[in-house]
Design a protein around this ligand. Sequence first.
Ligand SMILES: *[C@@H]1O[C@H](CO)[C@@H](O)[C@H](O)[C@H]1NC(C)=O
Ligand SMILES: *[C@@H]1O[C@H](CO)[C@@H](O)[C@H](O)[C@H]1NC(C)=O
Length: 434
Amino acid sequence: MPKSAEPEDGSESNADTFKIRTFYLFWPYLANPIYRSTNLIAPMKRSVRPFVSILVLLALAVTLSCRIAIRRGGIFTFPAELESGRVLIQPPPIPYFNSTLLKFAATDMGEEKAKLEIEQLLEGNFGQGRYKTFATWRRFNHHDIKARNSNGLPVMLRSPKFYRYWLDFRRNLQDWARRKMFQPDIMMDLVRLVKVPIDSHNGLMSSDRKYKSCAVVGNSGILLNSDQGKLIDGHEVVIRLNNARTERFEKYVGSKTSISFVNSNILHLCARREGCFCHPYGGDVPIIMYICQPIHFMDYLMCNSSHKAPLLITDPRFDMLCARIVKYYSVKKFVEETGKPLSEWGSTHDGSMFHYSSGMQAVMLALGVCDRVSIFGFGKSVSAKHHYHTNQKAELKLHDYEAEYAFYNDLVTNPQAIPFISDNFRFPPVVIYQ
Ligand SMILES: *[C@@H]1O[C@H](CO)[C@@H](O)[C@H](O)[C@H]1NC(C)=O
Ligand SMILES: *[C@@H]1O[C@H](CO)[C@@H](O)[C@H](O)[C@H]1NC(C)=O
């Protein structure tokens, strides 16, 4: 059964929208800076704006004369001459954000290490594990590079072709590192950053329009419990994760793929193969990838040129927003469930290695580029396999799936409770299929 809740400001009916928005206007907690203020007029159809503006002014006048937001046993009412009867509205719970948790979630424990690693890479120091990428790259391209890792001598780059890649690599990595910052408004940029290039690849005029409906298909074994293939394929856009295959599972997971969302480890593995083979869904399917290790820019550059469809890297500002949100949920759960101090969170969750899952970021992406979002194959049950398509037993410790489930639940029932995202962002309705 789908768990579903329309957001209260869903644009089904402007009259309803008005009631609720007006109510927000009277809501006494608006003074609370963290409370998500609601843009009263902007999201409405242009044609109704003047009308609504007048209504809003009228309503303001009404409240000013009877400034009592009346509270009765948790039900809020306000008298309005504009309505024939009374408007009874159950307000969303006031989100409460504990500032200590917010601050802790906003700190990236791996930041220093990551900075150092990037610096070293920019200097051409490919230590230990990183060398593997270059070895792979060399075998593939037959270039003459030599890495010294133990004594820290820089790599010798003799091939002009390699040198060109190397310059590109530095430029891309530098640019990426420079843009890595917190920007809560980034959700509103996703159409431009992701949908526009994909549309243009598909020969479509770019517009601000979002996709009408998106299915994000996780890889949980729970997918095998029901035949949702047709339902999934019925969405305008289907987003799949980390190249999970669909053959032989079509009945459960569908067969259409519009966007392949992967982490850069996946591309790194594909990059070893002839022609950067990374297209289980066909060469025309755009790939969106987040960078888990900066060295993977090398794989990206190597593969980008041979890709027909766009190969897009998630904006580092978007990465940072996702990281903060998941960490907040993880930390909150940790202190609530264990009663332990915040400082102990790191040791239970791989501290500096802690990372959101690909699924979480794919859902975030869908929130930004789709009018409706359906989530399939997220969640677990004792009887289900971890992945529908593999026999992997254990979950990775660097993810906190429980925390991410709590986040998805808030998306459905109470998006106001999600921290860090800009107040100006309007969450689309989200449905979780299990
Ligand atoms: C916020 O969370 C911290 C850490 O769990 C806790 O010590 C503190 O009491 C909380 N503050 C409030 C106001 O609840
Ligand atoms: C990746 O490839 C696309 C299409 O060929 C190109 O427009 C883009 O500039 C490339 N990106 C980089 C960083 O080289």
